[in-house]
Ligand binder design. Sequence first.
Ligand SMILES: C[S@@+](CC[C@H](N)C(=O)[O-])C[C@H]1O[C@@H](n2cnc3c(N)ncnc32)[C@H](O)[C@@H]1O
Length: 281
Amino acid sequence: MIRFDPSHDKELEEGSRAHYREPLYYAKSYARRTEDVAYYRSLAVQDGGPILEYGCGAGRIALPIARQGIRVVGVDLSREMLDAFRVRLKREPEAVRDNVRLVRGDMRSVRLRERFPLVLCTFNTLLHLYDRQDVERYLARVHAHVTPRGRFVFDVSMPSAAELARDPNRAYRVPPMRWPATGQLVRYAEYFDYDPARQILYVTMHFEPVDDPQAAWSTLLAHRQYQPRELEALLHYNGFEVEQILSDFGPGPLDRYTDSAVWVARPRKRSSPSRRVPRPS
Ligand SMILES: C[S@@+](CC[C@H](N)C(=O)[O-])C[C@H]1O[C@@H](n2cnc3c(N)ncnc32)[C@H](O)[C@@H]1O
């Protein structure tokens, strides 16, 4: 059996951790990504919670939900992201702080003694599950933590054939920017290298301080690429039914222009034994 276990694959392990070691840079990079925050916040308000968010990071989505008076349990692997979340919480009123519980751990194994009517896995966190066994372990945890009539909602980037075909040696540059922790001006380039056998996109982010090019460093991000029909099958065979798939947090169906696919799934009702066995006619 082919097994790509990130804990035995240093590159994958690094690819699911490195990007999250610099929460200030992360926050700066995604400051303009707001549609997902609005979508999840309104979903949470409609639902009422409590909510479990896998991959809560520094609270970009969980904190606006907690500010609505809704209780959130956030699970994340990254100590740095959770520390940044705690710093943000210190600036919040006590009522908001009391709404948040943070758990450091791997989403494939964390056990909480609670079920939630709404379980979220936000902003590509699911793309850090690199093979079928990862997904199965994770979906079993979701199943154990969602109420029987609850929802499991997640969003993932749609694989783009053009993007996956990019030349791995080509640098995709953007204008220099200030590194938030130091204020240093850095040149920034990204390299994209897609492994079609494992369906993993490796993104190498290269940073080069303008005044000190020798101090350049790189950060790796590894994202599994899930085709929609593959995800649907994984959900189906792991006990979920898909209720809805949204395009870019709006109502539209998935199409070639979709950037983020938003999946709304529910635990599948078990058919009763009498219906499972066909009766002789
Ligand atoms: C793209 S960030 C999303 C953070 C936040 N939800 C947001 O929207 O900004 C993905 C998060 O998933 C976390 N993560 C990656 N692999 C994980 C795992 N196996 N278990 C739990 N969290 C994981 C990372 O540490 C990171 O905080």
